[in-house]
Structures are given as C-alpha cells and as structure tokens.
Design a protein around this ligand. Structure first.
Ligand SMILES: NC(=O)c1ccc[n+]([C@@H]2O[C@H](COP(=O)([O-])OP(=O)(O)OC[C@H]3O[C@@H](n4cnc5c(N)ncnc54)[C@H](OP(=O)(O)O)[C@@H]3O)[C@@H](O)[C@H]2O)c1
Length: 254
C-alpha cells in the first residue's frame, strides 16, 4: 500500500530520521520535520525541498509534551508519523537512565499519543486506513546489554507498548509499527567504538523501514540474523547472556 502524502518525522536533523525524510521527499508530499538542532534541521529541509517535497520544520524537543501535542494537533491530516528521535548515552553525554527514558520512551509517547488522537479524528483513506504510526525502537530491545542498560530497557518498553497498543488502534483503522533496526551508520554509531556486526547505511535502513510500513507490518526487525541471535540470547540464563554480550563489546558505559 503506498504511503500517503502527509508525513511527520521526529529526529529528522540527523542519521536515520534524515534518511527517512529524504526517502519520502517526492513531489506531492508534505513533510513535517522535527529536531532540536535548527541548522541541521534546515539542511534536511533544503535537501527534501530540492527533491520536490513541501516542508514544514519545527525545532521542538520531544520531551516537551505540550509542544509536541500542539505541533501534531496543528499539522492537519497526517498519513504517517514516525517517532524516530532518540539518544544513546554517548550522544546524550550522560548515562542517567532518567534522561534516556525521557527521550527514548517519553519522547516516543509524546509523539505517538497525540498522533493517535489526531488520526482518530481523520476520515479513512481509500484503503480504509486513518493513518500509520511507527516508532523507531531497536534490536537492543531484545537484549540486556550491560553497557547500555537504560537504552535497552527504554527500547524494550517502547517495543512492547507499541505491540500491545496496536490491536486497539487497528480497530480504529490506525496502524502501529515497532521498528527494531540493528546497527546503522549514523552519528549515533559513530560515537561508539565497539563492534557493529551487520551495520548498514541509513539510506538502506530507511528503505527497509518504509517497505515494512507499506506492508502494514507490526514489527520491522533487521538484519534477521542479529534479530534471531538477540532472541536466542534472551533465552539464556542472565549471567551467561551478560557474559556473551560483554565479550562482544568494549564500550565503557551505557
Ligand atoms: N544508529 C543505529 O545503529 C540505531 C540502531 C537502532 C535504532 N536506532 C534508533 O534510531 C533513531 C535515530 O537514531 P540515529 O542513529 O539516526 O541517531 P542520530 O544521528 O544521533 O539522530 C538522532 C536524532 O534524534 C534527535 N533527537 C534526539 N533527542 C531529541 C529530543 N529530545 N528532541 C527532539 N529530537 C531529538 C536528534 O536531533 P537533534 O540533535 O537536532 O535534537 C537527531 O535528529 C533513534 O531512536 C535510535 O535509538 C539507531
């Protein structure tokens, strides 16, 4: 099913969010792009405009629930909302779990909840769908990596919440998707010096995400080998899994 013309993306000023914006930037498309860094956001907007899309950018912090609600409620019809903004301890400069949860879980909810409300008021499109909301979570959701406890826990909670909330949203013709990528080459992974098996470009990841969204997938997880390895690790006794995860990493802290 083709993706509709009006799309909103948080964290569009960098990495995967920018790649998603570029992949969606076609003539006839209206993109609402969010991020905190105004100059990097303007760069994304200019690149998308050059591809023929109409852009409305907003320098908004996803942890600001009121600003997010006003932005999303004021956007008009939204066919796709992607809650992509996220931090790691390295990009945030802190391993304080409260800060990582506030962005990776709270920021996701500050995007998805007003999007659900706005889409519930929209009429269904030709396919009978009111809208689609995707949260960019992570394969980290399926492991308890000792060097990234807050990141893993926030992504795990975000993935579970999306999957658990999806059936009732779908009864209202709104599709929810949890996206769980492995390593993607972005400033986030550039900040870590540990091994990154199966790392792919942001452009390749964006096309896998959008292909899965077009197919109304509830969870999009890639690469498959890393996904299944993570699921297997989670079946092991916690100390064994932690030893194996620590062996594959030389990171300092979350
Ligand atoms: N890279 C990977 O290997 C990988 C793997 C799995 C999942 N992910 C997830 O993919 C998403 C994108 O990450 P990335 O790799 O593209 O990282 P990135 O290059 O560091 O980009 C993160 C984006 O999130 C935005 N952001 C962070 N905190 C924000 C806040 N409080 N309010 C608004 N925007 C905020 C940043 O914008 P500003 O700096 O302008 O605020 C930036 O645009 C994240 O959710 C990440 O957890 C990444």
């Amino acid at each position: 099913m083709p993706i509709g013309p009006n799309c909103l993306i948080t964290g569009a000023s960098s990495g995967l969010g920018r790649a998603l914006a570029l992949a969606l930037a076609t003539p006839g498309r209206r993109l609402f792009l969010g991020g905190r860094n105004e100059s990097r956001l303007a760069e994304t907007a200019a690149l998308c405009q050059a591809r023929g899309a109409v852009i409305a950018s907003a320098a908004i912090d996803v942890t600001d629930a009121d600003a997010m609600r006003d932005w999303i409620a004021g956007a008009g019809r939204l066919d796709l909302v992607i809650a992509n903004a996220g931090i790691s301890a390295h990009t945030a400069g802190t391993s304080d779990p409260r800060i990582i949860f506030a962005t990776n879980l709270g920021g996701m909810l500050n995007t998805v909840l007003p999007a659900l409300e706005a889409m519930a008021r929209q009429s269904p499109d030709a396919e009978g769908k009111r809208g689609h909301i995707a949260a960019i979570n992570s394969l980290a959701a399926f492991v308890a990596a000792p060097d990234a406890p807050a990141y893993c826990a926030a992504k795990a909670a975000a993935d579970r919440w999306i999957l658990a909330a999806a059936p009732s949203a779908e009864r209202n013709a709104i599709h929810l998707t949890s996206v769980c990528p492995g390593f993607i080459k972005t400033p986030m992974t550039d900040a870590h010096d540990h091994p990154k098996p199966g790392m792919m470009s942001a452009g390749r990841a964006a096309s896998l995400v959008l292909a899965g969204i077009s197919r109304n997938r509830r969870r999009i997880a890639f690469p498959h080998t890393l996904y299944f390895a993570g699921r297997f690790l989670d079946l092991l006794p916690p100390r064994t899994a932690a030893r194996l995860l620590s062996r594959g990493s030389n990171r300092g802290s979350d």
